[in-house]
Design a protein around this ligand. Structure first.
Ligand SMILES: *[C@@H]1O[C@H](CO)[C@@H](O)[C@H](O)[C@H]1NC(C)=O
Ligand SMILES: *[C@@H]1O[C@H](CO)[C@@H](O)[C@H](O)[C@H]1NC(C)=O
Ligand SMILES: *[C@@H]1O[C@H](CO)[C@@H](O)[C@H](O)[C@H]1NC(C)=O
Ligand SMILES: *[C@@H]1O[C@H](CO)[C@@H](O)[C@H](O)[C@H]1NC(C)=O
Ligand SMILES: *[C@@H]1O[C@H](CO)[C@@H](O)[C@H](O)[C@H]1NC(C)=O
Ligand SMILES: *[C@@H]1O[C@H](CO)[C@@H](O)[C@H](O)[C@H]1NC(C)=O
Length: 651
């Protein structure tokens, strides 16, 4: 039972917290003392003996074969003056025996008077922490004891395992009797089980004149029975030395037992002071018994509460599991360990709060998040399981992002560049972004084990990190191809304004179509305009055509973003505009590859001069009719399939 376990540990804690504090006892004269509970009382303790915070003197401590002692700290003189006889005295105490795991206790306890409180030589078990094999029966012990014995040891002629005895220097009692009392009212002799976990009171009275020793036992709260259980005549003047200590000993044998004292008083030449029974501490509740009324009520309630708690916990866990339930798709296994738990992502993004929304990706919303363990900033894209189309594309992105490693590809860091209210980027930042995206795209095309066609390069797919590095993200449309193979024809995807002319007819996404989109991207960043600008008069302006127009007129820098306010590196600007036009060349084979783009951007190779032509870059331009001839400078390198598509393509 959990409740029992709790109780057990609690009591253990209480034991270990026991304190022995010095305090004055109720002293009404030199020849008496009384303890009604031992809290804040000082006793000489040794062995396993402790005083609990409640004030219970525990002579043993849940350990087998152990002994413990407690003495009134100072010794007493039982004679009026040396050489005289031992005076009358009275002792009373309240005790309890608590079997811990069974109905039995071993071995027992004693009240004793001894010239010493050093009982280090005493043995445990049947020796009751009082004597040892060699000292037993020795007249020089000068010990008088009343034993409360819960074991029957034949070597000491014990009468049973529940007896009280008067002992002089020996564990063999001079007189003993089964624990019992004479009921004053009925006159009946009533047996008592000492190991009943109930408090009992003992009176020990010695008459100095008659040398009579009476020992009386009764359940607590019963007045002292007038007829003692044991009565013996023994001249203690021949036994006791002055001064002598008064106290208790106890020992456990093979069965775990707790021997406790809760009240104690002594009177020399006078009756023992009354113990205030109302102030006595409760015996500790230990072990499977007794089934007190309280426990009988508490136990079912505690059990019910426990079951309720377990039940609610289970329900909560199930709810949590359902809340964070995940679907493992068949195809996931082959893609390796890129899976995050939904729960982690849920927490990382504050539960997909709008506050964390970065933007709308290809098939879902993208949230900014912070992984709690690695403290990595992440962009989390949330796609609906309902859209199967989106799911497939999403996998492509996971595969791509998960396995591609490049500083200019979105790994886990980044936030959206299209956030509203962002300050205008200066030229240095823009140029850096162009270089970054170029580097990322180069990696995709050439540096990885497979050719990755991004297929959706555009400004809104470029994320900026905190250092304004451009990172290419959103692999929602990416396709993987082995190097040297011909890209398969698919339905045309991508974003209007970034689609290379040949895509419309061939439907083949190639590295060259990516380069085309990248060219548009360069122009977009440099000119600060959308690829297709809608005017109020319903006409639309194609950015690339407009730039080409100014290129023809020799007024290329006119196309620059006015927000740069003239602050730019003119060489870089010219390079960017020319490179943008070159990449966005209508003839796919006229476009540089990304390796060359990098070299141009880094100034490692001069950008080839664009021939002055009337060529129109846009779908609405003249290029379809006349461009081919006029673009002779580059025409020799144009591949036939690409050429065909170029000539017949539209956007
Ligand atoms: C019992 O007391 C002995 C000292 O006599 C000590 O070594 C032991 O740890 C105690 N056991 C418990 C359970 O407190
Ligand atoms: C027995 O007890 C006596 C008195 O305490 C002591 O002197 C003696 O050493 C003990 N003997 C053994 C074997 O412990
Ligand atoms: C009581 O004690 C005396 C003195 O030690 C002894 O002679 C006598 O045998 C004892 N009586 C019993 C019943 O043990
Ligand atoms: C009391 O206990 C003794 C010893 O165990 C036994 O002999 C006796 O019969 C019992 N008396 C009563 C009334 O139970
Ligand atoms: C012992 O008990 C007897 C019988 O009740 C009584 O007469 C006597 O006075 C008592 N002696 C002591 C010392 O209490
Ligand atoms: C008890 O013993 C002492 C000392 O041995 C002696 O003086 C006294 O007379 C004895 N008392 C009785 C009642 O025998």
């Amino acid at each position: 039972m959990p409740s029992m376990v709790c109780l057990f540990f609690l009591s253990e804690i209480l034991f270990s917290l026991s304190l022995s504090l010095i305090s004055s006892i109720t002293a009404t004269g030199e020849d008496q003392f009384v303890y009604s509970g031992f809290s804040r009382s000082y006793l000489s303790l040794d062995g396993a003996a402790t005083i609990t915070p409640d004030g219970v003197l525990e002579l043993t401590n849940h350990t087998v074969h152990i002994k413990g002692h407690a003495f009134y700290p100072t010794p007493w003189r039982f004679r009026k003056s040396p050489g005289e006889v031992v005076q009358s005295f009275s002792v009373t105490f309240v005790f309890g025996m608590i079997p811990i795991y069974s109905d039995q206790c071993t071995d027992g306890m004693t009240f004793l008077i001894s010239p010493t409180k050093d009982f280090s030589g005493a043995q445990t078990s049947q020796y009751l922490g009082l004597l040892n094999k060699t000292s037993d029966g020795n007249k020089n012990n000068h010990i008088f004891a009343v034993e409360l014995d819960s074991s029957q040891n034949t070597e000491f002629n014990d009468i049973d395992d529940n007896h009280i005895g008067i002992n002089i220097n020996s564990l063999t009692s001079n007189k003993s009797g089964s624990a019992a009392f004479y009921d004053d009212n009925s006159g009946m002799f009533k047996n008592i089980s000492m190991v009943s976990r109930k408090e009992m009171q003992v009176w020990v009275d010695y008459d100095g004149e008659t040398t009579q020793i009476n020992v009386t036992l009764a359940p607590l709260r019963l007045p002292k029975p007038s007829r003692p259980l044991l009565s013996a005549t023994y001249n203690l003047s021949t036994v006791l030395e002055d001064p002598s200590y008064v106290g208790f000993s106890a020992s456990t044998g093979p069965i775990n037992s707790l021997y406790c004292v809760t009240g104690w008083s002594l009177g020399i030449n006078r009756p023992a002071p009354l113990i205030d029974i109302t102030k006595l501490p409760k015996l500790p509740h230990v072990g499977p018994k007794p089934r007190s009324k309280l426990l009988e009520i508490i136990l079912p309630i505690a059990t019910a509460i426990f079951i309720f708690l377990v039940g609610t916990t289970v329900i909560q866990l199930v709810r949590r599991r359902m809340k964070y339930a995940e679907i493992n798709e068949d195809w996931e296994a082959e893609f390796g360990p890129h899976r995050f738990s939904y729960k982690d992502l849920f927490y990382a993004t504050n539960g997909f709060k709008n506050k964390n929304l970065l933007g709308l990706g290809g098939f879902g919303k993208v949230y900014k998040g912070l992984l709690s363990v690695s403290k990595l900033e992440v962009a989390v894209k949330r796609v609906s399981h309902e859209s199967k189309q989106g799911m497939k594309e999403f996998v492509a992105e996971i595969v791509s992002i998960g396995r591609l490693r490049h500083r200019n590809l979105v790994q886990l860091l980044g936030y959206c560049s299209r956030k509203e209210g962002k300050p205008t980027l200066n030229w240095a930042q823009r140029f850096q972004i162009i270089k970054g995206v170029a580097s990322g795209l180069f990696y995709l095309h050439e540096r990885w084990e497979k050719v990755v066609i991004h297929r959706d390069i555009k400004a809104s797919n470029v994320l900026l990190d905190s250092e304004m590095n451009g990172r290419l993200g959103d692999f929602g449309l990416a396709r993987l191809y082995d190097h040297g193979t011909d890209p398969q024809t698919t339905h045309v995807v991508g974003t209007m304004g970034y689609l290379a002319p040949e895509l419309a007819s061939t439907g083949k996404a190639t590295t060259q179509t990516d380069v085309y989109a990248f060219g548009i991207f360069i122009l977009e960043v440099t000119c600060g305009q959308r690829p297709i600008n809608s005017h109020a008069d319903d006409s639309s302006q194609i950015l690339v055509d407009w730039v080409v127009e100014h290129w023809h007129k020799g007024s290329l820098t006119y196309t620059l973003d006015s927000r740069l306010q003239g602050n730019y590196n003119s060489d870089e600007v010219r390079l960017a505009l020319n490179l943008g036009l070159l990449c966005a060349h209508p003839f796919c084979n006229a476009r540089p590859n990304m390796r060359q783009v990098i070299q141009y951007l880094n100034g490692e190779m001069p950008l080839p001069e664009l021939m002055p032509t009337n060529i129109s870059y846009g779908v609405l331009g003249l290029m379809l009719n006349e461009g081919f001839d006029q673009y002779s400078a580059l025409a020799s390198t144009v591949g036939s399939s690409c050429m065909t598509s170029s000539l017949s393509s539209g956007r």
